[in-house]
Design a binder for this molecule. Structure first.
Ligand SMILES: Nc1nc2c(ncn2[C@@H]2O[C@H](COP(=O)(O)OP(=O)(O)OP(=O)(O)O)[C@@H](O)[C@H]2O)c(=O)[nH]1
Ligand SMILES: [Mg+2]
Length: 291
């Protein structure tokens, strides 16, 4: 039986858990079933209690104490432990029907998305045909406030692209926290971030006045020098040459915005194609029975 899911990823504090909460509320409002999996062993509070929580498999605090690791090393250990105990996921997800949207809330440690092959192994386990067979969409969140600093925006976009290439599953990129940049950035300019335009680096406010030499003793100097500019151009050029990344905009307080993003995810995993036709509207049947 096919299953459907979304893996919510992105840097620390990007709004992943908030997005998961909004998505679950939206699904409930639309009488759709979901199964919420928390894979962040450091997450404590939830608006919707997870149906499956990595903390029931392993405790980050115990790992840190017993192994003498810090929070990041501890998290990597927890994921390695999860990979050795994949039955924890399999047993919980196996009974789910195609009606469910499995929502997987990931931690924000960037190491997970870059140099350690933990996520590809996890995704392979979830998607393997003949096993769990989850049609999985990756959703990578980046804070919209990154657009204020263009170098940071391209660095974030590069991390989104690296996750796309690494995971090889359908993928949506999301600019989260749009409320924080509303009114601060013209719509025309925003379009250049939504479909990243490398010329953004040329007309960054203040770029013309900058002589590229920096100011001796200024801690910001490294971020203004010519080498830094060349590096950013190279990063932007790389993103441009792959031409893979574009963003959807998320205003998490606006249910229509959450619904629009869900439609993209549904399309990417072909959720609706697999659904059984629904019974006629219950409300109408009740009315008729009352007559
Ligand atoms: N203004 C605003 N704040 C937001 C939005 N989404 C999340 N936040 C806030 O940003 C902070 C981080 O949000 P989370 O949803 O916990 O982010 P996360 O990506 O799950 O964080 P980690 O799991 O720690 O990596 C919280 O204080 C949220 O209230 C948003 O759309 N707008
Ligand atoms: Mg979170």
């Amino acid at each position: 039986m096919s299953k459907y899911g979304v893996l919510v990823m992105g840097p620390a504090g990007a709004g992943k858990s908030t997005f998961c909460t909004a998505l679950i509320t939206h699904l409930h409002n639309n009488r759709r079933s979901c199964f919420y999996v928390n894979l962040d062993p450091a997450a404590e509070e939830f608006a919707h209690e997870p149906d499956l929580d990595i903390k029931d498999l392993i405790s980050l605090e115990d790992v840190m104490e017993d192994m003498g690791l810090g929070p990041n090393g501890g998290l990597i250990y927890c994921f390695e432990f999860l990979l050795e105990n994949l039955d924890f996921l399999t047993e919980a997800l196996d009974p789910l029907t195609e009606e469910y949207l499995i929502i997987i809330d990931m931690p924000g440690q960037i190491e997970l998305y870059t140099h350690i092959p933990i996520l590809p192994a996890l995704v392979k386990h979830l998607t393997r045909t003949g096993a769990l067979d989850v049609n999985l969409c990756a959703a990578y969140l980046l804070e919209a406030t990154f657009v204020v600093d263009r170098a940071k925006f391209f660095a974030g976009t590069l991390s989104a692209m690296s996750a796309m290439i690494m995971l090889e599953v359908p993928h949506v990129n999301i600019l989260s926290k749009m409320d924080l940049v509303k009114g601060q950035i013209a719509k025309r300019d925003l379009k250049r971030f939504v479909d990243p335009d490398t010329t953004l680096l040329d007309d960054e406010p203040g770029a013309e006045e900058d002589d590229g030499q920096g100011v001796a003793g200024d801690p910001q100097t490294l971020m203004k020098g010519n080498s830094f500019k060349r590096l950013n151009r190279a990063v932007a050029g790389l993103i441009d040459s792959f031409s893979m990344v574009s963003y959807l905009r998320l205003e998490v307080q606006d249910e229509d915005s959450v619904g629009a993003i869900l439609s993209y995810i549904d399309d990417a995993i072909q959720y609706h194609e697999a659904q059984e036709p629904k019974e006629p509207n219950d409300a109408i049947e009740v009315d008729e029975a009352d007559d």
